[in-house]
Each structure stands twice: as structure tokens, then as C-alpha cells.
Design a protein. Sequence first.
Length: 404
Amino acid sequence: MFPKTKNMKNTKNNSELILEYTDPVEGFKGWLVIDSMTHRLAAGGLRVQQGLTCECVQRLAATMTLKMRIAGIRADGAKSGIDYDPSSPGKHEALFRFIRAIKPYMEERYSMGPDLNTTMPELDAVCQRLGLPSIKHAVAKNQQLDEMAFAQRTNLLTTPVGHATLGRLRSGAGVSASCLAMLEFLGIPPQKGTVAIQGFGGLAAGAAYFLHQAGVRIVGLADREKSLVSINGTPLDISSLLAAQKEGEQGMIPTANNPKAVYADNTKIYDLSCDIFVPAAIERAVDKEVAEHIQVKAIASGANLAVTEEAEQILHERAIPVIPDMVAGCGGSLSMEGLYGPENLPTAEEVLAHVDRKTRNIVTTMLQRSQQDNISPREAALRLCAEAPLYPDTRPYGSLEKTS
């Protein structure tokens, strides 16, 4: 039994557990949603978002469960967040109070990750104030890792990779692998493929980094204020843009002299003709209006809930396949499998290779099922999720062994 927590209340809906928090200092609301209690571990990020609702957190938690199912991970989905202005100077203390309230779940079941407007270092700093060694403490318990083994593996997330760290790039690696699998499915060599990415935060920048490393031409980027689009299809200088991104300005495209590209309104990204469009920043980025006019061969939905149901149906009717968020966005979950699952301590490169290999396999299987059953990729993914076997009382990652 978990202890009762002041300022929290339990409610039931489609999710198996919903905890609602009311902040005693500022009065804002927060939620922890555990979508399913089938397995011993539930995983998903914490976000800080003004206007956040319980319903949104529930949808995000449900998507996390689908990510676990299609990835074959023996865990369930969860999500947490607070309805709070992320630019407020009180953000850190607001996070402290909320995480203190849900700490009992983090000790036993809930593996937290960073999400919108949060980073792993800031969340870990809060946890350390609360006596938790990591936001992923529940993994150690349910994976049966001793303190030293857990710390060794968790510390790998701080390993430098390219312009950032494994922790910051792992989710973007999954988006990149999804795009590369789609290009292969479309018969387009990576070096001839073109991609436009909406966003330049951790997820989008990571996807841009790995796609650039694979030789794919990034022809457009967008943040909440502007777009940067190439002239005559010349690829953007991703390496320079990543190097110029300043601390504290994550998510914003650096403004600099780009002789082969132009800055424009942030909606210009929707007007680019390219092979794959990647919404990797906000929810409902691709709606009915966008779906009706966008000129692309495919979409990889990196951000959660980035493509509306109506838009996805329109795109399917236009023969534009959409890799749904549950697939394109499962890089973070797969990286945990690659990090904590192997018997021996992996390297950062081995973790990323695991994300790349397994994501490509999932995307290929989904697209083949979509063709075979004459259904949309999302419907194919949902069928694959429904067919996934469940293994209660087992370790979430690695070989199939029951926990004690």
C-alpha cells in the first residue's frame, strides 16, 4: 500500500490510476497517470505546460502504453505534469513540491523521464533533494539491479554523443531511425532523401543530428517563432546550427547568416515539398487544413499527439503514410531497454544501435502489415500492440525472468 499523500486525490477513468495534485502554495494542478497496472513498472515523462489538463496527461500515458507494447517492453505507460508556466522563476520549487507528492510511486513503480519543458538534470536535482538517487529509481527495484550496477548504467546517459549526451539524444535517435526505415520502404536512398522538421528542441535536434549523420538532407526547420528553409533544396548546415545553439535557448533555431537558406514565418515549414515531414515539437501540429495541402511522401510523428485523427485519415486517403507517435516516439523507451537490459554494461554506441535496429524493425513490420491488411499504419500498429504478449511479474528489460 502507498501512503496517503496530502493534496492528492485518487480518481478513476479509462486509466487505471489517476492522481490529482493541488499545490498548497500557488494553487496549480498536477497529475500523475499510470495507464495500466499490468506490469510492475510504468514509465513516462514529466512535463511543465501552461494549460495542461488531466485529459491530456491521460492520452499521453495511454500512448506510452502503446509504445511499450509495440516495442515488446514488459512495462506499462505513465505520464505526469503540472499546469504551470515553464518560464516562471518558481518552476524549480513547483517541481519540487509536485515530485515530493508523487515520491512514493517513484520509489516503487513510476520511472520518470524528461518531457516538454523539463530536462533530466533538473529532475534528478529535485529527486536528490528528496533522497531519491534518480528519477528512474523504480527501474533499479524492478530490474533487480544493485545500487552500483544501476548507477553505472544510469551514468551512461551523461556520456557525450555528438553535440549533446546520450540522455538528450536517445529519443531523437528513434525518430531518425523511423525516417530512415520509411525512406527505405519508399525506395529512396538516405543521401537522396529530404526531410523537414518542425521543432529544434531535444527531440527534434536529436533527430536532425542522426539524420544528418546518415547523409539525409534536412531542408527545413521551424521553432515557435520562425522557420529556416533551404534555397533550391540545398541542405541546411545542421552541424553549425547545433553548435550555435546556446544554453538556455534549447528549442530555438540560432539566427545567423545562412547564405543558402532563408528565415520565414514558422508556418512556412508546412509549405515545403520534401520526402518526410517530422512534427517533433507540439501536439496537433498536423490538423485537417495541413493534411489537405502538405506536399510530402510521408510523415513521422515524433511528438506525442502531433497528428490529429482527422488529419491522419485525410493523409491515409491521400496515400501519405504516417508513422504514428507510438512508433516514431518510442526511442526513449527502447533506449532504456538497451541500457538496462543487457547482462553486461553496454556502451552509449550500443544503446543507440539498439534503438536504431529495433525501431527500423518495428516500422518495417508495421508498414508491411499496413499493406497486407490494407489499413493505415496506425491501425496496423494498434493491431501489433493488441497481439503483443503480456508478462506480469517479470523484469521489464532483457531476458524473460520473473522478479522476486
